[in-house]
Write a protein that binds this ligand. Structure first.
Ligand code: 3PG
Length: 342
């Protein structure tokens, strides 16, 4: 159906000579640089729905880390008591998985673990191109393969070329057996956390049924109510409200603390788990969320700053340029990537 900042060693950049230029030293995600003192021309690609915040700030990331898993698991990273207004700027990318084999067949999927189609693979790669200049320090995916495939395929396109590494925290042994023994390699990695709380809403007795056939049988209105109402669950399944109870709670407890410390986060998840998160981010009412539809494989960008989530673009064009409303921080990050890799 349609619809960490790892603390980069400064050496890399010193070799480009930027550290000695006059200006203010800033760190953007994993990129450290000197900002020119003269005013910076913003690169803005404003989508219709983008917010035009001119209150642009710069990340000063202080996150150093001892292990890929530690930055996720360390309680010090979950400082929810930190006043929101002191938070650093961070990018948040939300992406619904690419087309799955059951999207293609128009079947209710819910929590059934179905992989991507070839088109879904292509969508994920295309999505990766669109976000290839945006810093990503941590990745969260659902426990379902279609979201995981999407995140991994998208990351093959990222210009920074860090390696996404799945954190295995299911047992002490799993943690131990997936340990990395090079600090350098850890710095070139992005932790990927898989969380069932980000799964698609459980579609109950509808899972595996054809959407059109179900509408023919129970009526279009009834099926629309099951699919889009906020608090009416499909038979034996989860309503959007029930889905939000776990997905938004997870976002607040696990992901927001990372954003508060300035880590740039990507979430690869599902139509309804993301609808519930967007409802929270955009403060949509239960009426407004009814008409929110998400396309497969389209990354949406938010900036988290001073406790506010600012939507900066939801692309429809094939390339990232002219789609996202870059903040000064993001523009500088991209400029740095240009200098590093061209
Ligand atoms: O679970 C599914 O079938 C889809 O991924 C989302 O379906 P919906 O658009 O019918 O909610």
């Amino acid at each position: 159906m349609a619809t960490t900042a790892f603390h980069q060693t400064i050496g890399t950049f010193q070799s480009h000579g930027h550290i000695n230029k006059p200006g203010i030293r800033k760190e953007i995600g994993d990129v450290a640089m000197r900002l020119p003192l003269k005013s910076f021309k913003l690169e803005l690609g404003l989508s219709k729905r983008a917010c035009f915040s001119r209150n642009l700030g710069v990340i000063k990331s202080s996150a150093s880390q001892s292990s890929v898993a530690d930055q996720v698991l360390s309680p010090s990273n979950k400082n929810t008591s930190e006043p929101r207004k002191k938070s650093k700027e961070a990018a948040l990318i939300l992406i619904r998985h690419g087309e799955s084999l059951w999207n293609e067949k128009n079947l209710f999927t819910g929590c059934v673990d179905v992989p991507l189609t070839k088109k879904g693979v292509e969508e994920a790669i295309e999505a990766g191109k669109r976000i290839s200049n945006i810093p990503i320090d941590m990745i969260y995916t659902s426990a379902l393969i279609r979201a995981q495939m999407t995140a991994m395929l998208a990351m093959t396109q990222h210009r920074r070329k860090k390696v996404p590494i799945v954190i295995h925290n299911e047992s002490e042994q799993a943690r131990k057996w997936s340990e990395i023994f090079s600090e350098d390699t850890k710095k070139q990695s992005i932790p990927v956390v898989q969380a069932w709380q980000l799964n698609e809403r459980m579609y109950g007795d509808l899972q595996g049924l054809n959407k059109q056939e179900t509408a023919d049988r129970y009526g279009k209105e009834q099926v629309h109510e099951w699919r889009r109402s906020y608090d009416i669950p499909p038979p034996n399944g989860e309503s959007l409200e029930m889905c939000a109870e776990r997905a938004v709670a997870y976002f607040k407890e696990e992901i927001e603390p990372q954003l508060l410390t300035g880590k740039n986060v990507m979430i690869a998840a599902h139509g309804n788990s993301l609808r519930s998160i967007i409802m929270y981010l955009d403060k949509l009412t239960s009426q407004e969320v009814i008409s929110l539809e998400l396309s497969t494989g389209i990354p949406m960008l938010y900036i988290f700053k001073e406790g506010r989530f600012i939507r900066r673009g939801s692309p429809v064009a094939p390339s990232e340029a002219g789609v996202y409303a870059y903040t000064r921080t993001l523009a500088l990050y991209r400029q740095k990537l240009d200098e590093m890799f061209t």
